[in-house]
Design a binder for this molecule. Structure first.
Ligand SMILES: [Zn+2]
Length: 282
């Protein structure tokens, strides 16, 4: 079984996670730029983070046989902090990098005017750079958040067919599907979406354009949730081709819209800026 986790924050995960993911079948991941929990106080802090998503983290992933790409953006939460918004002006120099396969995560957190501005500006950047966009929907007030998100995308230069709307659930999936966007589901331990609910949604809307991710980060989350959904699909009577569509071909098709997806991890360099990650030894 081959698995592509289209939304996972490996910066906050350990090498044990990489090892367990590989053993579970994960061969590719996309790491969206996001909020780090500790608020940033300057654009420079974003730039070091973006550089690490472009260089260090793909290097680390490759040690475990996993292809790593990223999405770059000013995240919705920090779009509200005037100390951070100058990042928007610097995004074009990151969006041209080979390893960037979308603009994201963008979208709404609290649905403020500052978030409106950042979302519209970044949808335009995606269109300008011929990249798709990963759009996060708020965890509170989900349906209103989804409707406003779809309205803003419709007013933008980016077609909904090039947008992945994430963190969907039973209340938002129908309208999201009708809009023509790609459908993202983050499967968490205990709260929000779980494997059984995911199966029920698949029965309801079918597997086309559906992507499942773990959204694992520094909070309570599980980087093996993609595999657990695959196993739940098989147990529910889906065949291996359906599993491959949802857990591999759909994410490959969506991020492939960038024209930059490279799933071969072969030619990895031995070190990253002098760091081999090796402990002890030579
Ligand atoms: Zn995320």
């Amino acid at each position: 079984m081959r698995i592509f986790d289209p939304h996972i924050h490996m910066t906050s995960r350990t090498t044990d996670d990489y090892q367990a993911m590989y053993a579970s079948g994960v061969r590719a991941v996309v790491e969206p730029a996001f909020w780090l929990g500790q608020p940033r106080t300057s654009p420079a802090s974003f730039f070091d983070y973006f550089d690490s998503l472009l260089g260090w983290e793909p290097f680390r992933a490759a040690q475990y046989g996993i292809a790593h790409h990223c999405t770059i953006a000013l995240n919705p939460k920090e779009a509200n902090d005037p100390r951070c918004t100058p990042v928007l002006a610097a995004l074009p120099r990151y969006l041209v990098k080979d390893n960037v396969v979308a603009v994201g995560e963008i979208g709404y957190d609290s649905m403020t005017p500052a978030e409106d501005t950042a979302l519209a500006a970044q949808l335009q950047l995606a269109a300008d750079h011929e990249l798709p966009a990963l759009v996060h929907t708020p965890h509170r007030d989900k349906l209103a958040g989804l409707r406003r998100t779809i309205d803003v995308v419709r007013e933008s230069a980016l077609p909904l067919e090039r947008v992945l709307i994430d963190h969907l659930n039973e209340t938002t999936v129908k309208e999201a599907k009708d809009s023509g966007c790609w459908l993202g589901f983050s499967v968490y331990p205990d709260t929000k979406m779980d494997e059984e609910r995911m199966i029920a949604i698949l029965r309801d809307v079918g597997p086309e354009k559906v992507l499942v991710n773990s959204a694992a980060d520094w909070g309570k989350s599980d980087p093996l949730k993609t595999r657990k959904v695959a196993d739940a699909m098989l147990a529910a009577g889906y065949d291996e081709d359906d599993v491959d569509l949802v857990l591999w071909r759909n994410p490959v098709a969506f991020y492939g819209l960038s024209g930059r997806l490279v799933l071969d991890v072969a030619g990895t360099e031995a070190t990253h800026e002098g760091n081999s990650i090796l402990r002890g030894g030579a």
